[in-house]
Write a protein that binds this ligand. Structure first.
Ligand code: ADP
Ligand code: GN1
Ligand code: MG
Length: 371
């Protein structure tokens, strides 16, 4: 984590009018990409108000202006839909708070790009599916998100990270990192390297279906981890989808699959004891049910058929990305300890192996809900 971000806080906060005196600023959340802070503000009326302040990752996002144009467009679209449905738009979508000069983000004197969102209060952000009911509620929320964006003009969205879920390209990047082996770490990851090499053909499955016109491009979230949906503390429903940095044209099966990757098990993403890492077909079942309900019939028969592939490929791809970052020296994903990206890679590959063993059961679950 960068202390450079902390050094810029004063400057950044002075670019915003947060409606009161700043009482404190703390690092916040468990995201791997952005530098996230919670800002506490004391209003003249004596209330405490919170904001999320984020420095967008320069390693991940090369064009913050394009990224923020996407987020402003998508959140305004969601706001209209939510209001039309009689919902509470301040809680059910993120809202970009402009700078005092009316810009959607602020660039600090070091070149860092920052943004502010009002904090969505009275919500839970889960790091694991604590109950099947909560996981089911998150699935409905991601499915609804997909449905609400189904009429968003996809051609107005910038590609914020090029080839983000291009698994073939992720494989090629892995090959490059392996050939360079810049830190001599390949020797410490031989079984994982072999696992990737053995799965080369899989990396083409969804992309080939896209090229053949079987799977459509849609507006998708592309980072549907459980900790990217806020759950209402009272109703325990998924209410607000966050982390909109990667909303862009993509595959619905990837949105489904990334949630399964992260949530359909009972272990942390960086668990070191692999005996604790097991793909849970029951959680897969409840998520499938919730996602299909939320998407409300928007998916084609081919998308339904490829849903298990979405789960396997997002898990394989994420493992390849963690391994690549490990080989390259941990430049992309935030780490708190040595070897963390390799541990993350190992959990992903264990989950892929489990999915391979339960492949026909995974297909049966989708069939059960789509008959
Ligand atoms: P990253 O890309 O690094 O994952 P996120 O945008 O997901 O960053 O934010 C990190 C964490 O901050 C989230 O997991 C969540 O806990 C919290 N968070 C982000 N935005 C809000 C918000 N508007 N209200 C409440 N919590 C938020
Ligand atoms: C990152 O931003 P965050 O922590 O929600 C990453 C995802 C990975 C995930 C693995 C923009 O998600 O693609 O699947 O880590 N986001 C980006 O936990 O690269
Ligand atoms: Mg996040």
């Amino acid at each position: 984590m960068s202390s450079l971000a902390e050094q810029s806080l004063q400057e950044v906060l002075s670019a915003y009018d947060l409606g009161g005196e700043i009482a404190g600023t703390l690092r916040y959340g468990k995201g791997h990409i952005n530098d996230t802070f919670c800002v506490y503000v004391q209003t003249p009326e004596g209330d405490c108000r919170r904001y999320i302040l984020q420095r967008m990752s320069a390693a991940a996002f090369k064009h913050p202006d394009q990224l923020m144009a996407n987020i402003v467009g998508v959140t305004e679209h969601l706001r209209k839909k939510i209001l039309a449905a009689g919902g509470d738009a301040d809680r059910e979508t993120l809202t970009v708070l402009p700078t005092a000069k009316g810009e959607s983000f602020y660039t600090d004197s070091e070149g860092g790009a920052w943004r502010v969102y009002p904090f969505v209060e009275n919500t839970l952000c889960l790091q694991a599916a604590e109950t099947p009911e909560l996981f089911y509620a998150s699935a409905q929320a991601f499915g609804r998100f997909q449905a609400m964006l189904s009429d968003y003009p996809a051609d107005t969205l910038y590609e914020t990270i090029e080839k983000f879920h291009d698994t073939e390209n992720r494989y090629r990047n892995f090959e490059k990192a392996l050939a360079a082996d810049a830190l001599g770490r390949a020797a410490t990851a031989q079984p994982e390297i072999q696992f990737v090499l053995d799965h080369k053909a899989d990396c083409s499955v969804a992309l080939e279906a896209l090229r053949q016109g079987k799977l459509p491009l849609r507006v998708t979230h592309n980072d549907t981890k459980l900790n990217n949906v806020l759950m209402d503390k009272d109703s325990l429903q998924g209410i607000c989808i966050i982390d909109l940095d990667t909303v862009m044209p993509g595959l619905s099966i990837n949105d489904f699959g990334d949630s399964i990757r992260f949530g359909a098990n009972h272990s942390a993403e960086d668990e070191q004891d692999l005996s604790k890492v097991n793909f849970d077909i029951e959680l897969y079942d409840v998520y499938t049910k919730g996602f299909l309900e939320g998407a409300a019939g928007a998916l084609t028969p081919a998308e339904l058929e490829y849903m298990p592939w979405g789960a396997k490929l997002m898990t394989l791809e994420c493992g390849i990305r963690f391994l690549t970052d490990y080989l390259e020296g941990d430049h992309y994903f935030h780490t708190q300890r040595d070897g963390q990206n390799l541990d993350r890679c190992r959990t992903q590959f264990k989950l892929v192996r489990d999915m391979e063993e339960q492949w026909s059961a995974m297909q049966d679950v989708v069939k059960k809900y789509t008959r």
